[in-house]
Design a binder for this molecule. Sequence first.
Ligand code: IDP
Length: 144
Amino acid sequence: MTDAPTTQRTLVLVKPDGVRRGLSGEIVRRIEAKGYTLVAVELREASEDLLAEHYAEHAGKPFLTPLIEFMRSGPVLAVVAEGHRAIEGFRSLAGATDPTVAAPGTIRGDLGRDWGLKVIQNLVHGSDSEESAAREIALWFPAL
Ligand code: IDP
């Protein structure tokens, strides 16, 4: 561990399953309880173009079309959170991709499960690197 400044911003999305189930507040509460600062929060319906850009790294994968369809099934809560090592910190809060086996204590482990779509419905997205965070924040919050 160095003492280099490591303040980061990360993009979190509460996916449509989370918003539909009334879990937006609980998820934002966990982000704040961990100690991260909210920089931006917006409830919005994402366009197909935005989601195709957002999930560009998954282009060509068989689950991309159902994933985008799911992400357009209702509003998402887009959040930018900030703090030292916020990117890995939120990934740790979120838990493993598959909510059925995500560790208890995590958002996906405590609040998620398989509702018939395997891993697609897993409540949250969190940027996975500084490069992804910069790209995703510019996409969802161009004014930031
Ligand atoms: P992450 O959200 O845990 O970072 P990624 O591998 O980046 O996981 O995948 C992005 C999203 O795509 C996941 O959150 C999940 O909704 C969906 N997903 C990932 N892998 C699969 C799969 O094998 N089948 C269906 N959906 C998937």
